[in-house]
Design a protein around this ligand. Structure first.
Ligand code: INI
Length: 148
């Protein structure tokens, strides 16, 4: 199986831990490191554009990770909203599992908690969701056209 991980570079001190969590989860489940490619883009807003291209390379799944932290202006809502909307749109329209490991938090502390400390690692969670979706798509594919 081949996987693409698309990571926003904005808030890299958090996102790097999400990437590590995603790679660890995939390799622990049996993926080869050589079959995992990490693509970095400027920020969460760009993730859907990159994920679409990565999906077109023939990978089995795309794991999206990023971190949007609320600031003093409405900017957060636009960036987080477009990232979620864009990734969701891809997931519903492409025939490749695309999972959502983009943190949208109110504070840096909340982000740290979700990047490998007390609230787990959302990059790892998104990678595990991708593995489950690949298996599910294969199971659905096998059933397609079968008699029972
Ligand atoms: N991108 C993020 O990934 N996280 C953020 O918290 C963030 N904030 O707060 O601005 C952010 N902005 C950059 C954005 O994703 C785009 O890269 C930029 O607007 C250029 O298109």
């Amino acid at each position: 199986m081949k996987f693409g991980i698309v990571a926003g570079r904005f808030n890299a001190f958090i996102v790097d831990h999400l990437v590590t969590g995603a790679v660890d989860a995939l390799t622990r489940a049996g993926a080869q490191a050589a079959d995992i490619t990490v693509y970095r883009c400027p920020g969460a807003f760009e993730i859907p554009q990159v994920a679409r291209r990565v999906a077109a390379t023939g990978v089995d799944a795309v794991v999206c990770v990023g971190c949007v932290i609320r600031g003093a202006t409405p900017h957060f809502d636009y960036v987080a909203g477009e990232a979620a909307r864009g990734i969701g749109e891809l997931a519903r329209t492409l025939d490749v599992p695309i999972t959502f490991g983009v943190l949208t938090t109110l504070s840096i502390e909340q982000a740290i908690e979700r990047a490998g400390t007390k609230a787990g690692n959302k990059g790892a969670d998104a990678a595990l969701a991708a593995l489950e979706m690949v298996a599910l798509f294969r199971a659905i594919g096998r059933r397609k056209g079968s008699q029972g």
